[in-house]
Design a protein around this ligand. Structure first.
Ligand SMILES: Nc1nc2c(c(=O)[nH]1)N[C@H]1C(S)=C(S)[C@@H](COP(=O)(O)OP(=O)(O)OC[C@H]3O[C@@H](n4cnc5c(=O)[nH]c(N)nc54)[C@H](O)[C@@H]3O)O[C@H]1N2
Ligand SMILES: Nc1nc2c(c(=O)[nH]1)N[C@H]1C(S)=C(S)[C@@H](COP(=O)(O)OP(=O)(O)OC[C@H]3O[C@@H](n4cnc5c(=O)[nH]c(N)nc54)[C@H](O)[C@@H]3O)O[C@H]1N2
Ligand code: SF4
Ligand SMILES: [Mo]
Length: 706
C-alpha cells in the first residue's frame, strides 16, 4: 500500500499569483503538519500536475524563519532591531499612528497597499473594506495585468476565451510571451496532450530560448517589444497568400479592408529588420497558422510588459480574427478567463462605503508616490502611513531606489503583515505575522482556467500568526468603523454570501464539490455570439482611450503616457526603451522556475536550484566586452546599476540580455535588487509596469570585488 493512500488528504487550491490556480491534494500528517502536496487528478484543468515548488510546500509552511510574533521597530529603519509585542499592543500602536496621520493630513494620507501574494478573495480583498470605510487613498492595482488586459480588451471586448482545456484538441498551440513550463505548468499538460494525440505543433515565441521553447516544434526568438511587428507581418502573409477567412472577417470584425490595406507595407522584410527574426521564420510561422484552422493562441503576460505591450497584445490577438480560428474547437486566442466569474464582492470590499472623490494612487508608482512626486500624488497629501498585505514592493516594484528612499522616510509609518521577513518587512515600523493558505479559509478563482475552488483551513497555524481578515477586523474596531456594513463577519460567512449571490451554493456545499466549473459554453467562449463590444465585432481599430478595460484606472486618474502615439491598426510602435549608444543592450527580467515573484526565495531547494543571480548574455557580446563566463558584470542604466554574474547563452539575439527571477535584494552584492533597473513611468494608455523593457549598459565592475 503506498504512503499516499494511508494518509489523510485535505483539498485546497493553490493561493499563489499564478494563472493555473491548481486544485490541490494535501497530505495531512496531523492537526498542524502537512506532507507532500499533489495536483488533484479529478480536476480537469489541473489534471494531477502541479509545479515542484508547491509540491514541496511543507518546506515553506513549516519553515524555521516564519514570522511568529508581532514586531515593533526598536532601532533605525532597516537596522533589523526589533522588540516583540503582543497583538493587542501592536494593533493599538498601528491604530494610533493611522489616526495621528489622518489628523495631520486627512484620510488620504493613509495608503492600504496590497497585492496577490494570496489570490484568496477574502484574505486578499478585505483590505478594501477598511479603506472605503476610512476614506483612505485608493489603490490602482496596475503592476501585473494592466498592459495585457488593456491590449486584449480593445480587440475582443471581453476577458474570456476558448476553454483552455481545448488546447488538447488543437492542431497547433502557439505559446506567446509566456514561459508556461515555469509560470503555469498546466498549459503544457494540455498542449502536450494535443501533440501526443493529434500530432499538434507547438510554437513558442519569446525573447530567449527558455524552458518552454525547449519543448517547441518551432521556436521564434525575437527582440523584446517587437511582437506587434511579427504579428503584422504574419497577417500580411495571411492576406497575401489567401489564408485570410473573408467570410469570417466580414461577419465578425470591424474593418478588415482597412486592416488589409494598412498591412500592405508590413512585409516580412519590414518585420525581420525590427524583430531580428529571418524572413523564412516569419513565413513559416504564418503558413503554419494560415493552414491550421485549429490554432490555439495562448497569449501570456510576459510580452505585454513593454511600453508598447498593449499594442503587441492586441496585434497578436488579431491574428486569430484574420484566420477565423475562433470558429473551431481547439482554435482561437486566449489570454485570461478573469471575466467569466462575475462574483459580487460588494460586502467583502465595503463597496457601499466608497467615496468616489477619494484619490487613487498607482500601485506600480509606489517609488514616485513615496518620494512625493506631485504627479503621482494627484494633488493630494503625502502618504505618511502604509498598511501592506501580500506584497513585497521594496523588492518587486520598479525604480527600487526611489521605493527604498520612500520607505526610509522618517515621517512615514509602515505596518507590514507578512509570513517572512521580506525586504519590505525589514523597512517597516510594525511587522505582523500572517497565516498561510492551509491555515485559513478562502475561495479562489482561476485566470488561466475556469474553476472556483475552495481552500478551507486544513491545519492549525503555529502559535502567533493571524489571518489578513483578523487584522482588518481588529484595526476596524480600533479605527471606529467596525459597525459599518461588511464588518463583523467570519471568512465562512463572506464565502457563503459571495457564492450565494451567484447561486453557487455555500462554503459547505463547495467543500463537498471542491470546485465549480464556470467555463462559458462554446458559443460564448468562442465569441460565436459576437465579441464583447456593443456591435459584437472584433476591433482591428482599437478605441485606446474609450475602452472599458476591467482593470482600468478610475477616470479621475486620466490617461497615461503618450496616448497619441498608439496606432490606429495593429502595428509596431517604438514606445519602448530603444537601445542607444550609451545603453546598447535590452534587458528583460524573466521569471525563475523555482521562485514565484518574490516568494519561495526562502526555501532551501529553490535557493539551491537557482544558485545565484545571473545575467544570460550572448557569448559574442561577452567576447566583445571581454567578459568571461561566470565573471561579474555590472549592469546599469539611467535608474541605477547592480552586479550580476555573466552566464553565456546563445539562445538569444545579440544585444539582448536576460536576468531571471526577482531575487531578494540581499542576494545581490550591493543589497539592491533587479528592480533598480526597471522604470516606474506609466505606459499608455492605462498604466502598468514595463518590467521587461529596459535599455542597459554592461561593463566589468570597476572596483575589485568578490
Ligand atoms: N515560476 C514562476 N511562476 C510564476 C511567476 C514567477 O515569478 N515564477 N510569476 C507569476 C505571476 S505574478 C504572473 S503574472 C505569471 C506571469 O507569467 P507569464 O505570462 O509567463 O509572464 P512573465 O513571467 O512576465 O514572462 C513570460 C515570458 O515573456 C518573455 N518576454 C519578455 N518580454 C517579451 C517580449 O517582448 N516578447 C515576447 N514574445 N516575450 C517576452 C520572458 O522572457 C518570459 O519568458 O506567472 C506566475 N507564475
Ligand atoms: N523585475 C520584475 N519585477 C516584477 C515582475 C517581473 O516579472 N520582473 N513581476 C511583477 C508581477 S507580474 C507581480 S504580480 C509582482 C508580484 O510581486 P509581489 O506582490 O511581491 O508577489 P508575491 O511574491 O506573489 O507575494 C508577496 C508576498 O505575499 C506574502 N503573502 C502570501 N500570502 C499571504 C497572506 O495570506 N497574508 C499576508 N499578509 N501575506 C501573504 C508572501 O509571503 C510574499 O512575501 O511583481 C512584479 N515585479
Ligand atoms: S503551477 Fe501555479 S497554481 Fe499550480 S501549484 Fe504551481 S504556483 Fe500554484
Ligand atoms: Mo503577476
Amino acid at each position: 500500500m503506498n504512503q499516499h493512500a494511508k494518509l489523510r488528504i485535505g483539498h485546497s487550491a493553490c493561493p499563489h499569483d499564478c494563472p493555473s490556480t491548481c486544485a490541490l491534494e494535501v497530505e495531512l500528517l496531523d492537526s498542524n503538519r502537512v506532507g507532500r502536496v499533489y495536483g488533484a487528478k479529478a480536476n480537469s484543468y489541473t489534471s494531477g500536475v502541479i509545479c515542484a515548488k508547491v509540491a514541496r510546500y511543507a518546506d515553506r509552511v513549516h519553515h524555521p524563519d516564519r514570522l511568529l510574533k508581532p514586531l515593533v521597530r526598536a532601532g533605525a529603519k532597516g537596522d533589523g532591531i526589533w522588540k516583540e509585542s503582543s497583538w493587542e499592543a501592536a494593533f493599538d500602536l498601528v491604530a494610533e499612528k493611522f489616526i495621528k496621520a489622518e489628523e495631520m493630513y486627512g484620510s488620504e494620507t493613509v495608503w492600504p497597499y496590497y497585492y496577490a501574494g494570496t489570490m484568496g478573495l477574502v484574505q486578499r480583498d478585505g483590505i478594501h473594506r477598511l479603506r472605503h470605510a476610512k476614506k483612505y487613498s485608493g489603490f490602482f492595482g496596475s503592476i501585473c495585468t494592466n498592459l495585457a488586459w488593456t491590449g486584449w480588451m480593445v480587440g475582443a471586448g471581453a476577458l474570456r476565451g476558448p476553454d483552455p482545456r481545448e488546447m488538447a484538441k488543437s492542431d497547433c498551440v502557439v505559446i506567446w510571451g509566456t514561459n508556461a513550463v515555469v509560470t503555469q505548468v498546466n498549459v503544457m499538460t494540455h498542449a502536450i496532450k494535443a501533440r501526443k494525440e493529434r500530432k499538434a505543433k507547438i510554437v513558442v515565441i519569446d525573447v530567449y530560448e527558455n524552458a518552454t521553447m525547449k519543448q517547441a516544434d518551432l521556436g521564434l526568438v525575437l527582440k523584446p517589444g517587437t511582437d506587434g511587428a511579427l504579428a503584422c507581418a504574419v497577417m500580411h502573409v495571411l492576406f497575401r497568400d489567401g489564408f485570410a477567412d473573408h467570410a469570417y472577417l466580414d461577419k465578425y470584425t470591424d474593418d478588415p479592408r482597412g486592416l488589409e490595406q494598412h498591412l500592405r507595407t508590413r512585409t516580412p522584410d519590414w518585420a525581420a529588420a525590427i524583430t531580428g527574426l529571418s524572413v523564412a521564420e516569419i513565413e513559416t510561422f504564418a503558413h503554419l497558422v494560415g493552414t491550421t484552422k485549429k490554432t490555439y493562441f495562448r497569449l501570456g503576460y510576459g510580452f505585454s510588459r513593454q511600453r508598447n505591450g498593449s499594442v503587441n497584445m492586441h496585434a497578436a490577438a488579431s491574428i486569430a480574427a484574420v484566420t477565423g480560428a475562433w470558429q473551431y474547437e481547439g482554435g482561437g486566442a486566449f489570454h485570461s478567463n478573469s471575466g467569466i466569474f462575475k462574483l459580487n464582492q460588494d460586502l467583502l470590499e465595503g463597496t457601499a462605503l466608497r467615496d468616489p472623490n477619494v484619490r487613487h494612487l498607482d500601485h506600480s508608482r509606489i517609488g514616485p508616490v513615496l518620494t512625493g512626486a506631485a504627479d503621482a500624488l494627484y494633488g493630494g497629501p503625502p502618504v505618511t502611513a502604509l498598511l501592506i498585505q501580500n506584497t513585497n514592493p521594496v523588492n518587486v516594484a520598479p525604480e527600487q531606489r526611489l521605493v527604498k528612499q520612500g520607505f526610509l522616510r522618517d515621517d512615514l509609518f509602515t505596518c507590514v503583515h507578512e509570513q517572512f521577513m521580506t525586504d519590505t518587512a525589514r523597512l517597516a515600523d510594525v511587522v505582523l505575522p500572517a497565516t498561510m493558505f492551509l491555515e485559513h479559509d478562502d475561495i479562489y478563482k482561476g485566470g488561466g482556467n475556469q474553476h472556483i475552488t475552495l481552500g478551507a483551513k486544513l491545519i492549525d497555524p503555529p502559535e502567533g500568526p493571524r489571518t489578513n481578515h483578523f487584522v482588518i477586523e481588529e484595526l476596524a474596531k480600533r479605527l471606529g468603523v467596525s459597525d459599518r456594513p461588511g464588518f463583523g463577519l467570519t471568512e465562512k460567512e463572506h464565502i457563503d454570501i459571495i457564492l450565494g449571490k451567484r447561486g453557487l451554493g455555500s462554503f459547505d456545499s463547495l467543500g463537498e464539490q471542491k470546485w465549480i466549473d464556470m467555463q462559458p459554453d462554446f458559443e460564448a467562449a468562442h465569441f460565436i455570439d459576437g465579441f464583447g463590444h456593443p456591435d459584437g465585432k472584433f476591433r482591428f481599430r482599437p478605441d485606446w482611450s474609450g475602452q472599458a478595460a476591467p482593470n482600468r484606472p478610475p477616470r479621475s486618474m486620466g490617461l497615461f503616457g503618450p496616448v497619441e502615439q498608439l496606432p490606429e491598426f495593429p502595428d509596431h510602435v517604438e514606445l519602448i526603451e530603444v537601445a542607444d549608444e550609451a545603453h546598447p543592450f535590452r534587458l528583460t527580467t524573466s521569471p525563475a522556475r523555482t521562485f514565484l515573484n518574490s516568494t519561495f526565495a526562502e526555501t532551501p531547494v529553490s535557493k539551491e536550484k537557482e544558485g545565484r543571480p545571473v545575467l544570460l548574455l550572448h557569448p559574442d557580446d561577452a567576447a566583445e566586452l571581454g567578459l568571461a563566463d561566470g565573471s561579474r558584470v555590472e549592469v546599469g542604466n539611467q535608474r541605477g546599476e547592480l552586479v550580476l554574474h555573466a552566464k553565456f547563452f546563445d539562445g538569444i539575439q545579440r544585444g539582448v540580455v536576460i536576468a531571471e527571477g526577482i531575487w531578494p535584494n540581499s542576494a545581490h552584492e550591493r543589497g539592491e535588487g533587479i528592480n533598480v533597473l526597471t522604470g516606474a513611468d506609466a505606459p499608455a494608455p492605462y498604466g502598468g509596469a514595463a518590467l521587461h523593457d529596459n535599455k542597459v549598459w554592461l561593463r566589468k565592475p570597476q572596483e575589485l570585488g568578490v
